[in-house]
Ligand binder design. Structure first.
Ligand code: ADP
Ligand code: ZN
Length: 345
């Protein structure tokens, strides 16, 4: 088990990678706890939950809306959770987002922690303290920062994750490698059999590497001004593709990373050899579904990017495997690149 500590101005979060989730009981207060989870998790793990009231949501992104938060808050009230209460989210990114959001507004803020059950949330979503719900099709428009007291990332839980969810999370792991950890990239490239069989020791190592990188970024830059922007690599095009094609997040981000790598190549920031390594790796995990957003629509979708300022966006380029840089570019340039990019060039 590795403990990675994330310190921000007013909080400390322990990310426990490789810990057994059943031990969560030892970390919780004796009373006042409510568990927030989704129905899939209840079916698989519910009989081993600690004995506290359980509130649940329907699985999936559809539950990330204010209405659901309101219902959950009512259930917390019914369960007698007061201002000394504690919310434990057990689930993937959606559950952890809602748990953190709810904990930050319920009774003006109560304590919270997560058992993070999906690869996507273990490597990305549950570290960093960002929460949000969607407003129609616009993602995470309403949200806040709330650092959980601890996050358990148990790689054994990933065994029950559906294949597509697992691979979607893997894309986010590859993103971390690309922007910040060349060694992690090598590990993912050289251990495909172990990655695909979800070897828990290998996964623990990869998740630790990813969380360590993210912890360093978040500690340096909690509220996303400079460094933290790099985490958005692949997401500018990725979000557009996700909105247009309704792909799973990681698949859309993988395509976004392919495009951003191609863009970096065009700008002379990376070599053709690096570009080919990146696209070969994404392709070998089946992460590059075809996408084709028509001319008139791509601009509109890119303009929805939350990271834009006026008609410019902060676009994250690579300047090598394991190193990234954010640059302000006009949206029109990103549109042009999308329209003339030919994969494999
Ligand atoms: P994210 O991909 O952001 O983590 P979700 O929280 O929606 O998104 O999780 C993705 C899907 O995987 C959901 O249907 C959820 O119920 C399911 N899921 C999450 N963790 C596990 C797990 N360990 N085993 C089986 N299914 C899981
Ligand atoms: Zn993402």
């Amino acid at each position: 088990m590795e403990k990675i500590v994330i310190k921000t101005r007013d909080s400390v979060s322990d990310i426990l990678v490789g810990a057994a989730w059943e031990k969560v009981k030892e970390l919780l207060p004796e009373t006042g706890v409510a568990i927030l989870t989704d129905e899939n998790i209840i079916n698989i793990y519910g009989d081993r939950f600690p004995e506290f009231p359980v509130v649940s949501i329907s699985p999936g992104e559809e539950s990330k809306k204010l209405e659901v938060l309101e219902k959950l808050a009512e259930k917390l009230l019914d369960s007698g959770i007061d201002r000394d209460g504690f919310i434990l989210g057990i689930g993937g990114g959606v559950v952890c987002d809602l748990a953190g959001f709810l904990a930050s507004i319920y009774m003006r803020g109560i304590r919270c922690a997560y058992v993070s059950t999906s690869l996507l949330s273990q490597v990305d979503a549950s570290t960093g303290g960002k929460n949000g719900v969607n407003l129609g099709e616009a993602k995470n428009v309403l949200g806040c920062f709330k650092q959980p007291e601890f996050v358990i990332c148990d790689p054994l839980m990933l065994k029950t994750l559906p294949e597509e969810e697992y691979l979607s999370g893997l894309a986010e792991l590859i993103k971390t490698a690309l922007i910040g950890d060349r060694k992690l990239f090598d590990v993912i490239e050289n251990n495909q059999a172990g990655i695909l069989s979800r070897d828990p020791d290998l996964l623990s190592m990869c998740i630790s590497m990813a969380v360590n990188f993210k912890a360093a970024v978040v500690t340096a830059d909690e509220k996303e001004t400079g460094l933290r922007r790099l985490l958005n690599f692949g997401h500018t095009y990725g979000h557009a593709i996700e909105m247009f094609h309704s792909f799973r997040h990681g698949y859309a981000v993988a395509s976004g990373m392919e495009l951003a790598s191609g863009y970096s190549l065009e700008k002379g920031l990376i070599t053709l050899a690096d570009y080919e390594r990146i696209t070969a790796l994404l392709g070998s995990y089946g992460l590059l579904p075809a996408h084709n957003i028509p001319d008139g629509i791509i601009a509109r979708l890119l303009l929805k990017d939350k990271k834009k300022s006026g008609n410019d966006i902060f676009f994250v380029f690579l300047n090598g495997i394991g190193s990234a840089v954010a640059e302000k570019i006009p949206v029109s340039e990103a549109v042009d690149f999308y329209l003339h990019y030919k994969p494999g060039k």
